[in-house]
Design a protein around this ligand. Structure first.
Ligand code: GRF
Length: 194
């Protein structure tokens, strides 16, 4: 049974989808640690409700910087918890060597666009503003870049003429909640073969 660590800054709906897939027997895994950089992030509440160990990582005042000491602390906490795969779920800071090097090939992310199109923030709004006919979501391995790294899985959704940022994001999230647990299932099976 693969041991997962989740890093998130927001609502944690993807973490919830992973928990639900475990509960339903679709995914053989255990979430052993949830870490957030935001004190009042809803993901921490969801983790507490589900009885999953959860902690706040102090990343200092800058919203996007992930200081080296905080990355080392994160790596230590996840190692101590026996994490085998780190799943970023709405985590808003870029990972750097102290953490990347501690889990080579073992960190994945979900991004709300069809990468390599529209990396970065508000990917759904970027897609609408570009006049794209469709968008979607991507599960990918994490490297030091922003939303780069080898692609594991994608799902497509149409962009409708009446779409707002919120309606498109909601449609994309429905697909995220389907493909993220499925991608973890696939990776867990591959790791078991190693
Ligand atoms: C998702 O749309 C994900 O693609 C992006 O951040 C959002 C996180 O949502 N990286 P949630 O916290 O899982 O609800």
């Amino acid at each position: 049974m693969i041991r997962l660590g989740i890093l998130g800054s927001g609502s944690g709906s993807n973490m919830q989808a992973i928990l639900d897939a475990i509960e339903n027997g679709e995914l053989e895994a255990e979430i052993v640690m949830v870490l957030s950089d935001i004190p009042d992030a809803y993901i921490l509440k969801r983790a507490a409700q589900a009885g999953v160990p959860a902690k706040l990582i102090d990343c200092g005042g800058l919203r996007s910087k992930f200081p080296e000491e905080a990355q080392s602390e994160t790596a230590t906490l996840l190692k101590q918890a026996g994490v085998e795969l780190i799943c970023l779920a709405g985590f808003m800071r870029l990972l750097r060597p102290p953490l990347l090097d501690a889990f080579p090939g073992r960190i994945i992310n979900i991004h709300p666009s069809l990468l390599p199109d529209f990396p970065g923030l508000y990917a759904w709004t970027q897609a609408i503003e570009a006049g794209a006919p469709e968008s979607g979501c991507t599960v990918h391995y994490v490297d030091a870049g922003m939303d780069t790294g080898p692609i594991i899985a994608q799902a497509r959704v149409p962009i409708l003429p009446e779409d707002t940022s919120a309606s498109l994001h909601a449609r994309i999230q429905t697909e995220e909640h389907r493909i993220y647990p499925a991608a973890i299932t696939k990776i867990a099976a591959e790791l078991e073969q190693e």
